[in-house]
Design a protein around this ligand. Structure first.
Ligand code: NAP
Length: 310
């Protein structure tokens, strides 16, 4: 089968990938944006976005739609594809193999982002979709007027805990330390919310159920050594993310944890392969920083293709 060819292929249609596609297509390059799901990435799992300039507050899926309309206005194509592998030929041509197609490009922009990490305790898999969730926006409505636990102490746990407090009977945030990692504004809001409680210095050792659905969590206090149980109907797990880089590990562009290493031009160490957004090794993973990365990579892909013609 003949491989389909594009000037630029962007893998992943979150904010970083969509911005890269906007910049590259506006520079008159042929661009394909591949994603294995709906465009928008993690914005689709976010209730209110309050730190994207231009909007005091906007629903994550609404922002995703606006970005998609914008990123495809110069004819960047958006297509389904779950990428299996990327190889680089001696001539620098990159071959991208998906579950249904093979593509070729000289400029590849990886924008695959990250996915939630599991807690790794008994009951987590057994009660997945039956009380255990990783997405408050998707599943919160199932717990109307019922008590839920949120596990974690970062931005996601605290922000989504606030969202869940609006429809549940109460949220208990269980955190393994006595201080939250989340941004101060999110902490202040959570501390002022009388529908949110906290259990400090505590790890969840098991998710309990009756065979059908979640009934509670078993906990262990690391300071007092006390083992205890809490009755809840839902458990929302927000204990961090891991990079989605499995198809790229053979390229030698990742660090020991799998995040992709780039310079300020979003270049990896393979010429013509760029990475943007949450999949990069970086400190601040935000929609704004992904968008910034995407603009740089779209422009640098153009510069790279120009250099090939010199
Ligand atoms: P995160 O910042 O990595 O926080 C993970 C939290 O889970 C930490 O509090 C951590 O505890 C805890 N944790 C990790 N492993 C655990 C385990 N095995 N058992 C119990 N607790 C565990 O992840 P995140 O909150 O999902 O955020 C991911 C990225 O997205 C961050 O860069 C964040 O800033 C960004 N984000 C931003 C916003 C926003 O700007 N509004 C919203 C959501 C996410 P320790 O604190 O003890 O390490």
């Amino acid at each position: 089968m003949m491989a389909k060819s594009y000037d630029v292929i962007v893998i992943g249609a979150g904010p970083g990938g969509m911005t890269a596609a906007l910049y590259a297509s506006r520079a008159n390059l042929s661009v394909l944006m591949l994603d294995r799901g709906i465009y928008g990435g993690q914005m689709n799992n976010t209730a209110a976005v309050e730190n994207y300039p231009g909007f005091k507050s906007i629903l994550g899926p609404d922002l995703a739609e606006k970005m998609y309309q914008s990123s495809t206005q110069f004819d960047a194509e958006y297509g389904y594809g779950s990428v299996d592998s990327v190889t680089v030929g001696d001539d620098g041509l990159k071959t991208v193999v998906t579950d249904s197609e093979t593509y070729e490009t000289h400029a590849l922009i990886i924008a695959t982002g990250s996915e939630y990490r599991k807690l790794g305790v008994p009951g987590e898999d057994e009660y997945g979709g039956r009380g255990v969730s990783y997405c408050a926006v998707c599943d919160g409505a199932f717990f109307k007027n019922k008590p839920v636990a949120v596990i974690g102490g970062g931005d996601s746990a605290v922000e989504e805990g606030g969202y869940l407090s609006q429809m549940t009977s109460g949220v208990n945030i269980i955190h393994r330390r006595d201080q939250l990692r989340a941004q101060k504004i999110l902490q202040d809001r959570a501390f002022a919310n009388d529908r949110i409680g906290f259990t400090w210095d505590t790890i969840v050792t098991e998710i309990l159920g009756d065979g059908q659905k979640v009934t509670g969590v078993a906990t262990h206090n690391k300071k007092t050594g006390e083992d205890s149980q809490q009755s809840v109907d839902g458990v929302f797990i927000y204990v961090g993310n891991q990079p989605m880089t499995a198809p790229f590990l053979d390229l030698g562009i990742t660090d020991e944890k799998g995040w992709i290493v780039t310079n300020e031009k979003m270049e990896t160490k393979v010429p013509g392969i760029f990475a943007v957004g949450d999949v990069r090794q970086k400190d601040l993973r935000q929609i704004t920083t992904s968008v910034g990365d995407g603009g740089i990579a779209g422009q640098e892909a153009f510069n790279y293709l120009q250099s090939l013609g010199d």
